[in-house]
Design a protein around this ligand. Sequence first.
Ligand code: FES
Length: 245
Amino acid sequence: MSLRRLAPPELQPASFAFNLENLARVEKEIAKYPPGRQASAVISALWIGQEQEGWVTHPMIETIGRRLDMPFIRVLEVATFYTMFNLAPVGKFHLQVCTTPPCTLRGSDDVMAVCKKLIGPAQMTPTADGMLSWTEVECLGACTNAPVFQVYKDFYEDLTAETTAKLIEAFRRGENPAAGPQAGRTGSEPAGGPATLIDPALYDGHAKPSATEGGTDSPDAEAKMPTEAASDREAPVQKPPGAAT
Ligand code: FES
């Protein structure tokens, strides 16, 4: 995981103001919370600001802090914690590559290598045409379809070096390739198809209880039956006379 800091001063704009449409959106978010709890709208305000500017700027943090009556450092803490907030200018297609262990075990090193080769060696650095950038993030919550990267609100899953390269070339052309698993799955069902609960009898009302459900056709069914009463196995401990109860 990389250190998350605001972009250096030379990249910061002189000021920030929500446009009228986004100001109305922010006010609507604030109105969802009781009076005095407007700070609860901080994530929404940062997200709306990022949608407007493309990234979260220093003046934006100050503007949001003033509107929500929050110390700037509190707004900064939120912005630097969540990788959904870009702290510097990014490409039109910004790939957030998960490198947490489940994704690492399923090949995120290959995904990263392709990003470095086709986009550039340094993260958070847009290509010259402004189309692409990448960064490393923690778990995106889609581990069953690892490895994964996120582009804006879309997840691209079950990635390989080959599919990552194809997706990057499509982004470079300005296309929006279909999000989701890239290896034939439609969701998070088992790769290669289901391996359990596939007996049709399970669904026609004629299924026999399985061994694990206590069926008598199981060779070890007897072994699963209790051989002594629970009250015998868990007899109360005898206490010495006069001991507190
Ligand atoms: S570890 Fe990558 S999505 Fe969870």
